[in-house]
Write a protein that binds this ligand. Sequence first.
Ligand SMILES: Cc1ncc(COP(=O)(O)O)c(C=O)c1O
Length: 461
Amino acid sequence: MADPQERGKAPAGRGEAPRRRRAHTTSRDLERYANLFARRTQAMRSSAMRDLMAITARPEVISLAGGLPDTSTFPSDSFAAQMTRIAHESSAEALQYGPTEGFEETKACILEVMAAEDMAPDPDDLIVTTGGQQAIDLIAKTLVNPGDPVIAEAPTYPGAVATLCSYEADVHQVSTDDDGMQIDELEELLAGLATTGRRPKFIYSVPSFQNPAGVTLSGERRRRLVELAREHEVLIVEDNPYGLLRYEGDPEPTLYSLDGGDYVLYLGTFSKILSPGIRIGWVAAPPPVLEKIGLGKQAADLCTSTLSQYFVREYFGEGRWRGYIADLVEIYRARRDAMLDALDRHFPEQSAWIRPEGGLFLWATLPDYIDTTDLLAKALRENVAFVPGRAAYLDGRGGASMRLNFSGSDEEAVREGIRRIGQVVSEQVALYETITGEHRAAPPPEDDQPGGDVVPIPRRR
Ligand SMILES: Cc1ncc(COP(=O)(O)O)c(C=O)c1O
């Protein structure tokens, strides 16, 4: 066998094409391509988590940055049995294209999941998508012209920031507190936009265990939000990947169930309750909107992976999906508690965070003289990562906040990760106090805080 070093030099035979090494990009190269880019690429933003993934994949790094469910909890023997059954019984079909809107059998599984949160859409109102992320993209593709107003929470899901930017939406972010989006502020915003004749295309919300803030929209606010959508004839996009991952407290009704599906477009996904690797999500929408979304999907990818849909069908056929979610809830609750405990031990008193009742994330806010984007570089030197708060805003806010994920690492790693971040934060606090001679007390309770910038969470000690 040829020495690997030599292989590139061998004459190109079958399977032996010499690998072309890319030289450094020159300014001439940049110019050549730059003139070709569409205008919308100027507004495109990279997702902070995607950028971090390459670094956090290193085994020595404890990543509290990703939104990763712990897929090692899925029993590998049952995965093997399901895939073997597919190979033996439906190989040709599973390897084939499928309908753009998804298979009826996949929709039947989706209906089971939605029923668990008291929703019962008509299967014809559903399209199976390549993850929830594609559903966000297709909705934006269907509804948003450059410059159109769209409303989102502050902070909002960083993956939605990337999508909304690429469609050149004019995003207005509404502050959030412990009870989710502040509806009074939303009402003012809607009224303000109406006076200038601008009608937002939709209000994007993650009402349960929000990514990134971890907060949940209260029942009262949910009702008010749905009423406002009707009054102003504005669509709501309810993105609900985490609703079934509740560790304490009582569930709130989904916006979709409160509205009945007239103004609320509902997004779901199997990513957090089964596997993100299978890339299956869905959207439920009123028929005229769904039809356009379907056309958008045809152009995007023809259909969602048939093989993945067959896997979902097999998995649900075994009837243990509820049991698996119950297992995840136990595991993630323990990890959340480990993180809360470690924060108490290792973060300086000037910091604050929320106690999420479910989901995968916790949002922490540090003294305003700390910039978490700078802090991340220091944290990475200690082999630990988080998502800097700015990734969740379009207007530069969130500089002193961070998103911490507790589902992707075991309890020991979660504790160690927080210890390392706490150490870096404490060093910054000590440095600040040395330079300024100042000792800042913990932030005042929520009611005394001026303005609603980021999630004004404190109340921890
Ligand atoms: C709020 C929210 N929406 C959508 C997604 C995308 O999920 P997926 O495309 O894996 O279904 C995520 C993933 O973290 C999320 O947190």
